[in-house]
Design a protein around this ligand. Structure first.
Ligand code: GDP
Ligand code: MG
Length: 297
């Protein structure tokens, strides 16, 4: 008989406990107007998460986002419950409303911290609804040749408060070589300006080779290039999400066309817990420390 003490199931048990309670996760999208933020959210979650749900009409989804908008979805997959909150932000179009938009986004993030702080010191600590923003996808224009001044300011305003994951928007408008060049440029500028983006943790050394390889590819893909689409096309009898052009079709789910799948994989499965941990241990702790020292002034 196998000697089996049962340690192996320990992580599983911890997992089980979390599973029973249910996960919650809040994702925010930020960036210039028209970069495809609302579309990407639909692409990210409609296929899986909204599957059995009433899909909002196209007009509904296409209306311009004019204020910070929260959408909550409960998903259950293989016994795992996830309450996902997506925060869609207005997006800015000129220098004037950039300031306002940035302030509004920052306030939103702070308000969630404040609420959590209040709940945590309250009587009913056990059932706190965690509405803190765990990840912020920051959309970068494919048209510029790198970061714009507003991008730098915006990210710097937020980087101590939330995990920023940079995204190259509308990757279908660039060639593969252009995407590569833009990615390098953006990374270099992020570094030069001292912008702190979410740091992907080192892979555990006891993970298997496949996982390590996958992790390596994930890190190399940052900033993730994405293509969003609400159109389902039929190609050789297969339904795919993509964009139709006179010269062919770009596929959202095709790893050769963009990093959409990598992004989804990391958000939904591989890095969700780490994004939550960093939010709690770094960003929330910052907020707490500041808040307490201000109270004592
Ligand atoms: P938002 O203002 O950032 O929320 O942008 P929207 O999601 O409203 O998209 C603005 C326009 O860009 C719409 O016409 C979309 O169909 C289009 N769009 C969205 N994603 C993509 C993409 O990946 N590639 C291209 N070429 N167009 C896109
Ligand atoms: Mg929008």
């Amino acid at each position: 008989e196998d000697e089996y003490v049962g340690f192996a199931s320990l992580p599983e048990q911890v997992h089980r406990k979390a599973v029973k309670k249910g996960f919650n996760f809040t994702l925010m999208v930020v960036g210039e107007s028209g970069l495809g933020k609302s579309t990407l959210i639909n692409s990210l979650f409609l296929t899986d998460i909204y599957k059995d749900r009433q899909i909002p009409s196209v007009e509904d989804r296409m209306t311009k986002t004019v204020e910070i908008e929260k959408r909550q979805i409960d998903i259950e997959e293989r016994g795992v419950r996830l309450r996902l909150t997506v925060v869609d932000t207005p997006g800015y179009s000129d220098a004037l409303n950039t300031q306002d938009c940035c302030k509004a986004v920052e306030n939103f993030v702070d308000e969630q911290f404040a609420q959590y702080f209040k709940d945590e010191s309250g009587v009913n600590r056990r059932n706190i609804q965690d509405s803190r923003v765990h990840c912020c996808l920051y959309f970068i224009s494919p048209c510029g040749h790198g970061l714009k001044q507003v991008d730098v300011e915006f990210m710097k305003q937020l980087h101590e408060k939330v995990n920023i994951v940079p995204i190259i928007a509308k990757a279908d408008t660039l060639t593969a070589a252009e995407v590569c060049k833009l990615k390098n440029r953006v990374l270099q500028e992020i570094d030069e300006h001292g912008i702190k983006i979410y740091e992907f943790p080192d892979c555990d050394s006891d993970e298997d080779e496949d996982f390590k390889q996958q992790d390596k590819e994930l890190k190399l893909a940052i900033p993730f290039s994405v293509i969003g689409s609400n159109t389902v096309l039929e190609v050789n009898g297969k339904k795919i999400r993509g964009r139709l052009y006179p010269w062919g079709i770009v596929e959202v789910d095709n790893p050769k066309h963009c990093d959409f799948l990598k992004l989804r994989q990391m958000l939904i499965s591989t890095h969700m817990q780490d994004l939550k941990d960093v939010t709690q241990d770094v960003h929330y702790e910052n907020y707490r420390a500041q808040h307490i020292s201000e109270e004592n002034k």
